[in-house]
Write a protein that binds this ligand. Structure first.
Ligand code: F0G
Length: 461
């Protein structure tokens, strides 16, 4: 008999979690104004809100915590992080920040001005938020294939080079301070970008003299997909692939809470000394001195160790296989999910799950609430609520895809949990025609509203 696949780690410490009754959940979700972000974690059985900062650190990372150097300037932890970043990404300069959006804030303060245009593959919401906050515009140049959840296309995170060229041609170069390539592309389903596409973006950018930055939260998962799916990379190691990926970028922003498997942390990687010096001033202003930037020494140590672990093939294989295990179960039971499966999450296509349902009543949010009521599972809406209103017209933006993201934390849940999640969603699917009441907004913030929005049920139709 062939030996089956099994995890590349064993469990050393556990945290108890508790199941609740449907009646309890009915009360809690109402009290939370039907916003899953407002739930207490104790009211959640399996938490798939995010894979950000929710992973389990290894024994080696915990030992690194004890070795942290908490000196204000020049700490050994800073140098450990610098060495890991240089070895893994190849960027000579770096600035630590407390998380990914802080890296965006610092970098964009140095690069973006009002009226600028920033093309990319569906910018993540904080990236877009930081662009729009500066009264600049994020232009989505993702390939159309990404928005067809049934199409089996290996690199749905790719940038459409024609769309990109059109944007570059229709605006003066001075108005385009950078192109952002998000690897993997979170907003289109944790979908990878191919090496060929990164190279093509680089070539187009070079013709116009425009910078390319990678939003790199899940760069290692992207590299794993390249190894698996792209011709010519099967025999390359993950680290070799990562080095080549970053060779096509001028810099990177990183949320280390994902592929560096820490609970908090981020950084900016750069090649350009002048830009590094300009960004350093903003780093000191917003984050802290350039040798800690919002992180404690112990956190920088754990991050450095996490970068090595996160780019280990066996770890990545375990991780991506678990996500695919859940995806396959759902797909086999007829549940519409973004396919091929992404790296960090399974995205349920809410419009195809509830085809009779009006998008104006927040279809993906409705499905996310139903899943919580069914099994105490907390997913997250990636749809109209997340898309915010158009800053110019004040109208709701209805994105092409209305998704519920089931995000899998790293090294946290077992495949029994995946079975439980699948069963709960299958139950909801079986009673989908009874789901008739959506939501309307009671209260919302002008930007990044999905975190705090308050909803109420609309009347029965
Ligand atoms: N870029 C991408 C692609 C992200 O997915 C995130 C965060 C960020 C930037 C911002 O990083 O949270 O450290 O400030 N994504 C989380 C998520 C929040 O749930 O997908 P951060």
């Amino acid at each position: 008999m062939d030996l089956p696949f099994s995890e590349s780690y064993k469990i050393k410490m556990v945290e108890n979690i508790h199941r609740s009754s449907r009646q309890e959940r009915e009360v809690w979700i109402k009290e939370a104004s039907y916003n899953l972000f407002n739930l207490k974690s104790s009211q959640v059985y399996i938490d798939l809100l995010t894979d950000s900062g929710t992973g389990a650190m290894s024994d080696k990372q915990w030992s690194e915590m004890m070795l942290g150097d908490e000196s204000y300037a020049g700490a050994s932890s800073y140098y450990k992080m610098k060495k890991a970043i240089q070895e893994i990404t190849g960027f000579e300069y770096f600035l630590p920040t407390h998380q990914g959006r802080a890296a965006e804030n610092v970098l964009f303060s140095a690069l973006i001005k009002e009226g600028d245009i920033i093309p990319g593959n569906t910018h993540f919401d904080t990236t877009k938020g930081h662009i729009e906050f500066r009264r600049a515009h994020a232009i989505d140049c993702t390939i159309d294939e990404a928005f067809n959840t049934t199409l089996d296309y290996p690199f749905k995170g790719n940038i459409d080079i024609d769309k990109l060229e059109k944007v570059l041609k229709s605006h003066p170069k001075e108005k385009i301070p950078l192109i952002v390539v998000t690897v993997t592309c979170n907003s289109s389903g944790g979908q990878p970008v191919s090496m060929a596409n990164m190279k093509a973006v680089r070539e187009v950018a070079d013709k116009c003299g425009i910078r390319v930055f990678f939003d790199s939260a899940r760069f290692a998962e992207n590299a794993y997909f390249i190894k698996l799916k792209e011709k010519g990379f099967t025999d390359k190691s993950i680290r070799e692939i990562v080095r080549e990926m970053f060779s096509y970028a001028d810099g990177m922003t990183m949320s280390s809470k994902k592929d560096a498997i820490v609970n908090m942390g981020g950084f900016i990687g750069l090649r350009d000394k002048e830009l590094f010096e300009k960004a350093s001033t903003f780093n000191i202003l917003f984050e802290g001195f350039i040798s800690y930037g919002g992180m404690s020494g112990r956190d920088m140590n754990a991050l450095a160790q996490g970068l090595y672990e996160g780019t280990d093939f066996n770890y990545l294989e375990t991780r991506i296989n678990q996500v695919a295990y859940l995806g396959q179960k759902l797909k086999d039971n007829g549940i519409p999910v973004q396919y091929p499966f992404g790296g960090h999450a399974i995205y349920v296509d809410a419009k195809r799950f509830l085809p009779h349902f009006p998008v104006e009543e927040y279809v993906a949010q409705t499905l996310a609430v139903e899943l919580y009521l069914e099994g105490g599972i907390r997913g997250v809406e990636i749809g109209t609520l997340l898309a915010d209103r158009d800053p110019d017209t004040g109208k709701n933006r209805f994105p092409e895809l209305e998704l519920v993201r089931l995000t899998i934390p790293r090294r946290v849940y077992t495949n029994n949990h995946m079975d439980y999640i699948a069963a709960a969603l299958i139950n909801v699917y079986e009673r989908r025609s009874d789901i008739k009441r959506g939501f309307k907004i009671k209260k919302e913030a002008p930007i990044l509203r999905h975190f705090t929005v308050e909803l109420e049920r609309v009347k029965q139709r």
